[in-house]
Design a protein around this ligand. Structure first.
Ligand code: BT5
Length: 306
């Protein structure tokens, strides 16, 4: 989508506007405005001519223009009906120098979890990977994974689903996994070159298309407007990435892990005990029989409330 069309969408989202006013505002000719309005109509928008000017009265179904329309976050959307993995595509864009772009797909044919695990991604989900370049040292990027979890949980709360966070990257409802996050990055010690935040949220998907230990928004309360849920998610993500110090308190607010007896498999060892705290940028503090331990990465299992 070109810059003029994106700006036009942002303007229409704020209310009706006349052709001459739009031409002035966007610094293009009235013919160019008209051409873009026609392109938006072709993309599925209903745009009526009213006394106040052009007015959007209906938006198209889930897709690039629909998600971009009214999105209050500094991201550009790239949409695919079907793709192998949005993280793979985001990586291509990142290495080509693009930033602040979100690759979204309706279906993934090769969705990945951490450690190359398979991620079931049938049509109807929210599969989205955001290319970021946060102003953070590499050692602090874990905070962005937590931010993505918080943003996803908040997007679920916005449709009445009481999702909680399991350290480090799962969004759960009643112990079942509703969403997962895969963060990948490239950088040097003091500077992140790019960071991909891949979010998989099981939205309008039947339970039988998912692994047994998974759930979906459809199963929990019915189908949602994916556009609204994704916009909420991206808006909360952009806010949190801009204010990393807010992430840990927000994470604690939505956490299901704290207060649980947990078992964490780290690359080096297994740590078992009560999860008592989370520390910037994203470490879990566990009270074990041998004292407090701080774990930075691993797979976490909730055993029971402590
Ligand atoms: C994750 O991995 O939870 C990260 C998932 C990230 C997926 C997004 S979708 C957009 C972007 N593009 C990609 O290709 N990936 C990202 P992990 O913690 O390793 O969990 C993986 C495990 O979750 C699997 O081994 C299954 O047990 C389970 N699983 C697979 N598909 C699932 C699903 N749709 N919902 C819930 N659980 C699932």
């Amino acid at each position: 989508m070109n810059e003029t069309r994106r700006e036009l969408l942002a303007t229409f989202a704020a209310g009706p506007a006349t052709g001459p006013a739009l031409a002035d505002q966007l610094g293009v000719s009235r013919a160019a405005v008209w051409k873009q309005v026609e392109a938006l109509r072709a993309a599925g928008f209903t745009i009526e001519s009213t006394p106040e000017g052009y007015a959007v009265t209906e938006i198209p179904s889930y897709g690039e223009a629909a998600i971009q329309y009214g999105l209050d976050a500094p991201y550009r959307i790239e949409y695919h009906d079907r793709i192998k993995s949005t993280n793979d595509r985001a990586r291509e864009l990142a290495t080509a120098g693009q930033r602040d772009v979100v690759v979204v797909a309706d279906e993934q044919t090769g969705g990945r979890g951490r450690l190359n695990r398979e991620w079931a991604s049938p049509s109807g989900g929210i599969w989205a990977s955001t290319v970021l370049q946060p102003a953070l040292p590499t050692a602090h990027v874990a905070v962005v994974t937590l931010a993505a979890g918080v943003a996803t949980a908040k997007a679920c709360h916005s449709v009445g689903v009481d999702a909680t966070l399991k350290w480090p990257n799962d969004v759960l409802v009643d112990g079942k996994k509703l969403a997962g996050i895969l963060t990948e990055m490239e950088g040097e010690a003091d500077r992140v070159s790019w960071l991909l935040v891949g979010i998989g949220l099981n939205a309008n998907i039947a339970g039988e298309k998912l692994p047994a230990e998974a759930t979906s928004l459809r199963e929990l309360g019915g189908d949602v407007d994916r556009r609204a849920v994704l916009q909420e998610l991206l808006e909360r993500l952009a806010e949190l990435v801009a204010t990393p110090k807010d992430v840990i308190p927000a994470w604690k607010n939505a956490a299901g892990t704290l207060g649980q007896t947990v078992r964490v498999e780290t690359p080096q060892e297994t740590v078992e005990g009560e999860a008592v705290d989370i520390q910037f940028p994203g470490a879990l503090v566990i009270e074990t029989e041998k004292g407090r331990e701080v774990v930075h990465a691993g797979d976490c299992e909730h055993l029971r409330p402590a």
